[in-house]
Write a protein that binds this ligand. Structure first.
Ligand SMILES: NC(=O)c1ccc[n+]([C@@H]2O[C@H](COP(=O)([O-])OP(=O)(O)OC[C@H]3O[C@@H](n4cnc5c(N)ncnc54)[C@H](O)[C@@H]3O)[C@@H](O)[C@H]2O)c1
Length: 388
């Protein structure tokens, strides 16, 4: 990395950059994109660039990535990477979930600030242990909560902040698309996602997302009811070999939030898309409703809402989907992962606010665990008050 005299640099050990998220979203679209724009801007105008130190299991794969992007440092030794960033550097982890705990514990012990993909642990106990170790070490810590930084969700948040909804009654979320099994068409997701023994499962994957989205927008989760299922019992892996799908590939959940808001959330890799975006939330309030996706948001105020009358015996005259108004975005759209990276960097370098810490990550993993218990036992579970 070329430097100019006196330039501010922070070193970032990045583990998992041979993976989908680590490479595309974090290395290329966040860290390298921030550098290409001259670094992250701190209050007062100072700019800091990031010097990645790649770490992973395959020297050959890391070397290819390093060469492609002109990165000088890579290693297959976590200790070497932690030495290279020194105290005050950042350790970032986008490995498979099951590999996260050990690596992040070592980074914390070495005095690095830590930033990790979600879920922040394979279990809430693991995640809570990371959070406690990070607090005890006095380092800054964070977990990726990218959905909050999506343009559509940011617009929804600004609509909420304006008081548009009156009292929010309910939220209905639809997430999903068909993930090919792999027999005749290549699957679009890594095979470990469909094996429970490798940390897979849609509940563990998506409930942490829903937890921080709901917390960030509406309130804390007080109770969880869920049904997790494996609709597709066998799939084909990256090498074309058939394997048993042991993890849940769809989950149907109800989250009861503070303030009496009821959220119903469908998460599925076994559904075909008949909606505007791969993720959509409909929010209904006493004064108005809105539907927000990854990028867009539309709203309908009670003053202009239609007055449907149930009568299937006559043709429907209402064009319901045309009766919503687009809501203009809140600020410039940008890559959600990069926006959160910039916030985390300002937190580390200048003490800025960062609510997306490992404690928040732990709450998400706990909600996932309660979802699994609810499904297995056919019961509704309350989140213990001290854990909300
Ligand atoms: N924020 C999001 O929207 C989002 C989306 C997808 C995945 N994720 C999370 O990101 C993490 C990585 O997911 P991904 O989809 O990039 O996975 P991936 O399979 O594409 O990448 C996994 C990475 O972990 C490394 N790894 C380390 N130990 C491993 C092991 N024992 N087996 C296999 N790989 C190992 C791989 O080399 C690779 O670099 C997961 O924790 C996942 O939950 C987050």
């Amino acid at each position: 990395m070329e430097r100019t005299a006196g330039e501010d640099i922070i070193r970032v050990a990045m583990n998992g950059v041979t993976g989908r998220m680590g490479y595309n979203q974090h290395l290329v679209r966040s860290v390298l994109a921030i550098n290409a724009d001259g670094g992250v801007e701190l209050p007062g105008g100072r700019r800091v660039r990031l010097e990645p130190v790649l770490v992973g299991r395959s020297d050959a794969k890391l070397a290819v990535i390093a060469k492609r992007h002109g990165i000088e440092n890579w290693t297959t030794s976590l200790d070497e990477a932690l030495d290279a960033i020194g105290n005050g550097g950042i350790y970032f982890d986008a490995q498979v979930t099951s590999a996260r705990h050990e690596a992040v514990m070592r980074a914390t012990a070495a005095g690095a600030h830590v930033y990790v993909e979600k879920p922040s642990g394979a279990t809430s106990a693991e995640s809570a242990e990371l959070a406690a170790a990070a607090d005890a070490a006095g380092i800054k810590h964070g977990v990726v909560q990218d959905k909050l930084f999506l343009p559509g969700i940011r617009t929804l948040k600004s609509l909420l902040d304006s008081g548009f909804f009156g009292r929010v009654l309910s939220v209905r979320g639809e997430f999903g698309y068909w993930v090919f099994e792999g027999d005749w068409r290549a699957p679009q997701r890594p095979s470990w996602n469909y094996r429970a023994q490798d940390g897979g499962g849609i509940v563990l994957d998506m409930f942490p997302h829903w937890t921080y989205v709901l917390e960030g927008l509406f309130g804390t989760i007080e109770a969880v009811t869920a049904k997790a299922v494996t609709h597709i019992p066998a799939r084909w892996d990256e090498a074309g070999a058939r394997y048993d799908a042991t993890a849940d590939d769809a989950a149907y959940g109800i989250f009861e939030l503070s303030g009496g808001i009821i959220t119903q959330m469908n998460s599925s890799w076994c559904t075909r898309v008949h909606r505007g975006e791969l993720l959509e939330f409909q929010v209904d309030g006493t004064e108005g409703s809105a539907v927000a996706g990854l990028r867009d948001c539309v709203a309908q105020h009670r003053g202009v809402a239609p007055r449907p009358v149930w009568n299937p015996d006559i043709p429907n005259e209402e064009r319901f989907l045309d009766q919503w108004q687009p809501v203009s975005p809140d600020g410039e759209p940008g890559n959600a992962f990069r926006l959160q990276w910039e916030l985390f960097l300002r937190h580390v370098l200048a003490g800025g606010e960062f609510p997306h810490d490992l404690h928040s990550g732990t709450r998400g993993v706990r909600v996932a665990e309660l979802g699994y218990r609810s499904s297995a036992e056919g019961r509704r579970f309350e989140v213990p008050a001290e854990a909300r």
